[in-house]
Design a protein around this ligand. Structure first.
Ligand code: CP
Length: 315
């Protein structure tokens, strides 16, 4: 299949923003985005080339993976990028976010890739927007592109995206990655379980099954270990020894790991806390595959949004 044929089969081609998994809330839409990412990963010689298109990156929280992979994704599609450093921009002079977006729009910028500590910043600014907004991580609420690149990693291993059991381990309360994965796998009708200390799981939907780490490792197809979000904890102390014993992938707990399962972690890993350092390179641990997959998936997201708006050619 070439890019033009792929476009003809594309069900979702009118996505203005990618703010949450709810923007792609059917199996067909999710599968359409996944197919495009697989196509981009395999057909580097058939990528669309965007002309005179600029995307701004507005990262108001630190990032390595998300920011660089969106940058590389834009470069591969021929899209120009500009970076708005929140500490050195006029946001620092109390310019509002709305005025900032309108300024970008007046410059002809087509999209903004936004990371914020504010759960609702993007949502509040969706109405009447000229440029497209792509969520690169919103507070504790959502990180939809991470869930989709996790899905590409899952597909590459299992060759399917349904009929799967996923367990999410650790700081679920404070994890936007967990929230987006839960939203995504509910749509796909996959089984979701969580595991973690009460202080990290007590705000999560009570209908989601709680399991022990032993059961999660024995019975799941995919086990997602989460980074402990220390920067979002207020008056919350954890006993690291107890955490390592009960909730980490370590030399003892890995003995329970189902031989056909895979381990994911969105990164960055708190080594020897969530996953023992010597297990990061274990054949069932797919953390660097997730990073590799982030580029075609983020290309697919950008192309899904801009594809309907911008003339372009293919190589
Ligand atoms: N997974 C993730 O969002 O990593 P970064 O914070 O490095 O972008």
């Amino acid at each position: 299949m070439n890019y033009i044929a792929l476009k003809k089969t594309e069900i979702m081609n009118k996505l203005k923003h990618f703010h949450s998994i709810q923007d792609i809330n059917t199996y067909s839409m999710i599968n359409g985005l996944l197919l495009k990412a697989i196509f981009f990963a395999k057909n580097q010689d058939q990528l669309p080339v965007y002309k005179d298109t600029t995307i701004a990156q507005l990262f108001m929280e630190p990032s390595t993976r998300t920011q660089l992979s969106f940058e590389i994704a834009c470069q591969k599609l021929g899209i120009n990028t500009v970076q708005l450093n929140s500490q050195q921009s006029s946001l620092k002079k109390d310019e509002s976010f709305e005025d900032t977006l309108q300024t970008l729009e007046a410059m002809g910028i087509s999209g903004a890739i936004i990371r914020s500590t504010d759960d609702l910043l993007i949502k509040r600014h969706l109405p009447n927007r000229k440029l497209s907004m792509i969520n690169a991580g919103s507070g504790v609420s959502s990180h939809p592109s991470q869930a989709m690149l996790d899905l590409l990693t899952i597909y590459n291993h299992f060759n399917r995206i349904d009929n799967l059991k996923i367990s999410i381990i650790g700081d679920v309360n404070h994890s936007r990655v967990a929230n987006s994965n839960i939203e995504l796998h509910k749509i796909l009708n996959n089984t979701i379980c969580i595991c973690g200390p009460d202080a990290f799981t007590n705000k999560v939907d009570k209908n989601i099954k709680r399991v022990s780490l032993e059961d999660a490792l024995k019975d799941s197809d995919i086990i997602i270990f989460l980074r402990i979000q220390f920067e979002r904890h207020q008056n919350l102390e954890i006993n690291k020894e107890e955490y390592i014993q009960n909730y980490s992938l370590n030399n003892h707990s890995i003995l329970n790991l189902n031989k056909s399962a895979i381990i994911l972690h969105p990164g960055p890993v708190n080594r020897d806390l969530e996953i023992a350092s010597n297990l990061i390179g274990h054949s069932q641990v797919k953390i660097l595959n997730q990073v590799t997959n982030s580029i075609p998936m983020r290309m697919a997201i950008i192309d899904h949004i801009l594809g309907s708006q911008h003339a372009r050619s293919t190589h």
